[in-house]
Design a protein around this ligand. Structure first.
Ligand SMILES: CC(C)(COP(=O)(O)OP(=O)(O)OC[C@H]1O[C@@H](n2cnc3c(N)ncnc32)[C@H](O)[C@@H]1OP(=O)(O)O)[C@@H](O)C(=O)NCCC(=O)NCCS
Length: 262
């Protein structure tokens, strides 16, 4: 086999991989892909959970030291990593800040609660677009992000995607909440039978009445045959959303952390 050719392909797919092989044995590795960040437009170095292993915080510190200067010289402004919950303190000790959580729960049991009065759930339609854009802006607001000007085309993509279940909650013919969900079973690196929840939002006057819980319950019910685990993402800054997911029994699996490169 032509291993040098293989190494080139591997590097293109994963970026450089740093290893700590001091003393002749392997103590850890670190890699990242350099990509444009959707929010800031800056280049960032992104590492998934399988892009890093380390035996100790000292090993991680050495790997990070070497990698940071190379990423910086290639134009990256920050490093973002998804860390398993049990390892995230090693990152914070190196100056990384937690920014988001990946949360999950096994579905199995759901203690059903009462639906909020007068609220019904149906599949979203293209004529809901204006209301969906308002709800999308609520998510940006909760994250202290500027309202996304490309929100309309992203929502149209979601509405038209046959793999996505997009539901809205309605009250007196007014759209007051939304959720989108799709199965991750077919994607590499995920457990089969995993349903991803996204784009959850409820209009401010209708909050704390159980509308979000109703939308979550309904979208999972529609996927109950092929769902064992339900997962979602939540920003650390979004304390209301964190409280909601905790209330529904979701637990943190991974923490996303970020550090500016300098
Ligand atoms: C987060 C959000 C979707 C919750 O919607 P909601 O309809 O108010 O949630 P529910 O009424 O179903 O809440 C169920 C439980 O979750 C918890 N909860 C929900 N919102 C909470 C908040 N802001 N603060 C504390 N706990 C909260 C409570 O335990 C609540 O039960 P309770 O009201 O009986 O105490 C809504 O606040 C929202 O749209 N926020 C802006 C957009 C956003 O942050 N989306 C989530 C992205 S991950």
């Amino acid at each position: 086999m032509d291993t040098s050719g293989l190494a080139v392909v591997f590097t293109q797919m994963c970026g450089d991989i740093w290893v700590d092989d001091s003393g002749g044995s392997l103590h850890g590795h670190l890699s990242a892909r350099l990509l444009d960040d959707d929010n800031s437009g800056e280049i960032g170095a992104f590492s998934g959970p399988d892009a890093v292993t380390f035996e100790s915080t000292g090993v991680l510190a050495r790997l990070v030291d070497h990698a940071h200067s190379t990423w910086l010289s290639r134009g990256a402004r920050f490093h973002s990593v998804w860390s398993p919950l049990e390892e995230f303190r090693a990152w914070t000790s190196l100056g990384y800040e937690p920014t988001a959580l990946s949360l999950e729960r096994e579905w199995g049991t759901w203690t059903s609660s009462q639906s909020p009065e007068g609220v019904t759930v149906r599949v979203a339609r293209t004529d809901d677009l204006l209301a969906l854009q308002d709800l999308d802006a609520e998510i940006d607001r909760a994250h202290h992000d500027a309202v996304d000007p490309s929100s309309r085309s992203r929502l149209v993509d979601l509405l038209e995607d046959p793999e996505v279940t997009y539901l809205v909650a309605e009250h007196e013919h007014r759209v007051i909440g939304q959720i989108a969900a799709w199965s991750l079973g077919a994607l590499v690196g995920y457990f089969p039978e995993t349903l991803h929840l996204s784009d959850l939002a409820v209009a401010p006057p209708f909050r704390r009445r159980g509308v979000a819980a109703l939308l979550i319950r309904e979208v999972v019910r529609q996927h109950s045959e092929d769902t064992r685990v339900v997962e979602t993402r939540s920003r650390v800054i979004n304390s209301g959303a964190s409280a909601l997911w905790a209330n529904l029994g979701f637990e943190t699996a991974f923490v996303r952390l970020e550090r500016t490169l300098r």
